[in-house]
Design a protein around this ligand. Structure first.
Ligand SMILES: [Zn+2]
Length: 74
C-alpha cells in the first residue's frame, strides 16, 4: 500500500496576521490630568493612574495636577 502524499500542506502560521489586543496605543509619557470630586473634597487624577491628595479646594487640587504633570513630563 502506498502512502498518500498528495495532501495539501497547511499554510504556515506566520501567514496569518495576529490580531492586535490593543486598539489605541498611548504613549507612556502622556499625563492628562483632571480633577474629580470626592464628597466634599476634590482631588487631582491623571491618565497614568496617579492620584493627588484630597483637597478642600479644587484650585489646590488643580495645582497638584499641574505639579504632577510638570514633574513627570520629560
Ligand atoms: Zn501622570
Amino acid at each position: 500500500m502506498e502512502p498518500h502524499i498528495d495532501a495539501t500542506p497547511a499554510p504556515p502560521l506566520d501567514a496569518v496576521p495576529a490580531p492586535r489586543p490593543w486598539s489605541q496605543p498611548q504613549p507612556p509619557t502622556a499625563h492628562t490630568t483632571s480633577t474629580t470630586d470626592r464628597g466634599s473634597f476634590c482631588l487631582a487624577v491623571c491618565s497614568c493612574g496617579w492620584k493627588g491628595p484630597a483637597r478642600r479646594s479644587r484650585d489646590v487640587a488643580r495645582k497638584d495636577a499641574t505639579g504632577h504633570a510638570a514633574t513627570e513630563a520629560p
